[in-house]
Design a protein around this ligand. Structure first.
Ligand code: HAM
Length: 434
């Protein structure tokens, strides 16, 4: 009873300040790109996620049967919900659809550094657009989001791969769809130094392909630039796709992203629905889990609802991001949220409460002591401890003269001012007076 469930967090006020800071930077940045916010339910029919997200997500679901006998699951991701929402109103939505969401998600993963069972994601998706400019734009947005926190190319990089090219490559080995997806899962789980285990897995999935398949997979994983990619795929069959890679890198040139992006065919993404370019952001030095991930998923709407719809997007999580920001000292200290601590006694209580009401009407955060009969000296002490910036004295003399002593609790300086002067000292937006 005394502890949270494993992998769930409590947010004390200082944690909420950090969370709000992260969400505020997310929102400020995404609005530059003309995105609209949307949201979906936290609880969904189980089949929404078992249908097409892939085995990994299915094994991590928080699911149960509700009182109406329905199989339900807490959302582990937002992409299937987004797909359903857009397909439902496809005829009336302005295209392309640029939507984002910031919300909580749940996965029954083994809690570890960077991975919890409840976490927040910002999802950013563009739907009904097939152009590579759209893939490029999303990668640009992800980089700008991370830069907006003060992170640079020294702190993170974006690894890009291509499910389409992987499939073209694997088709050469005469594999069926099920073998291809099993091989992609094996590639997703490949760990450097464990080549033998990987080879065994591959020969179990595709026993007819022999060692050549495994060798070539490992070679493709080594392609780290366009030049080696072109050399690996010299045939016209893949030529069109290679040309699209060149287009993507021209966009990166124009957007000055070259320091941030790297080709990495080790990335295939754990979710099963991706069809094209896929990418993940990582802390540049270090072993931490991905900061963000996404890609193109042009077939999901058709597979779920029979409606073809191009789609591309990513999600960035709060857990690994906050760890990185803390390590780089990029989380600002809390700003004072209380502006005025009003000090008064029972003789001036009515006038003081009326003044406090006026201050609050002007968006000036104001508090006072609740206990009766506390001396001015004690109230001033409490004001100092409260974190308020100013103490405002509303004693009998002040009420009589209409001049109130406003004391800066940081500097100790103070002056007598009329109520109007005090109200004018604070801007309409409630910023602190100088
Ligand atoms: P994902 O790679 O599963 O993609 O998750 C995206 C990000 O969410 C991860 O990079 C990570 O930061 C965070 N995340 C995932 N699982 C956890 C966890 N257990 N604890 C903490 N953070 C976690 C998706 O969810 C796709 N639906 C993204 C997408 C949107 N693709 C297209 N549009």
């Amino acid at each position: 009873m005394g502890q949270t469930l494993p992998g769930f967090r409590e947010f004390y006020p200082e944690d909420c300040i950090t969370r709000n800071f992260i969400f505020q930077i997310f929102r400020q940045t995404i609005h530059r790109f003309g995105f609209e916010e949307f949201d979906g339910p936290l609880l969904e029919p189980l089949e929404l996620f078992t249908a097409k997200s892939g085995d990994e997500i299915v094994s991590q679901l928080f699911c149960f049967i509700d009182r109406g006998g329905r199989e339900v699951a807490l959302r582990p991701e937002l992409t299937p919900t987004l797909t359903r929402m857009v397909v439902t109103r496809l005829a009336t939505l302005k295209r392309p659809i640029r939507w984002f969401n910031i919300g909580e998600h749940f996965r029954y993963e083994r809690p570890q550094k960077g991975r919890l069972r409840s976490f927040y994601q910002m999802n950013v998706d563009i739907l009904c657009e097939t152009s590579i400019r759209c893939d490029g734009e999303l990668i640009f947005i992800l980089i700008q989001l991370l830069q907006a926190f003060g992170l640079t190319a020294d702190d993170f990089s974006l690894r890009i791969s291509d499910r389409h090219l992987w499939v073209l490559f694997l088709e050469q080995f005469a594999m069926d769809g099920s073998q291809i997806s099993q091989i992609l899962t094996a590639i997703d789980r490949f760990e450097e130094g464990n080549e033998e285990i990987f080879e065994r897995k591959i020969s179990k999935i595709a026993p007819d392909c022999g060692n050549r398949l495994c060798d070539e997979i490992l070679q493709l994983r080594q392609c780290k630039d366009l030049h080696s990619l072109k050399r690996f795929f010299p045939n016209p069959r893949e030529g069109e796709r290679i040309a699209q890679w060149e287009t993507l890198f021209r966009l990166f040139d124009a957007m000055q992203l070259n320091d941030y992006v790297a080709i990495d065919f080790g990335i295939v993404r754990g979710l099963a629905y991706y069809t094209g370019f896929v990418f993940e952001a990582y802390e540049r030095h270090g072993q931490s889990r991905a900061l963000a991930g996404g890609g193109r998923y042009d077939n999901l709407a058709e597979k779920l609802y029979g409606t073809p719809m191009a789609a591309c997007g990513f999600a960035i999580g709060d857990v690994t991001l906050e760890n990185l920001l803390r390590a780089r000292h990029l989380i600002p200290g809390p700003k004072p949220s209380i502006q005025i601590f009003a000090i008064f006694d029972s003789a001036t209580e009515m006038e003081a409460l009326a003044i406090c009401a006026k201050l609050r009407q002007r968006n000036i955060a104001t508090i006072y002591d609740f206990s009766d009969g506390t001396s001015f000296a004690k109230q001033l002490k409490r004001a100092g401890k409260s974190g308020a910036c100013f103490a405002l004295f509303i004693g009998t003399t002040e009420v009589k003269t209409g001049q109130f002593f406003l004391k800066n609790l940081l500097t100790g300086e103070g002056e007598s001012l009329s109520l109007d002067e005090i109200l004018n000292r604070f801007s309409a937006s409630g910023c602190l007076a100088k």
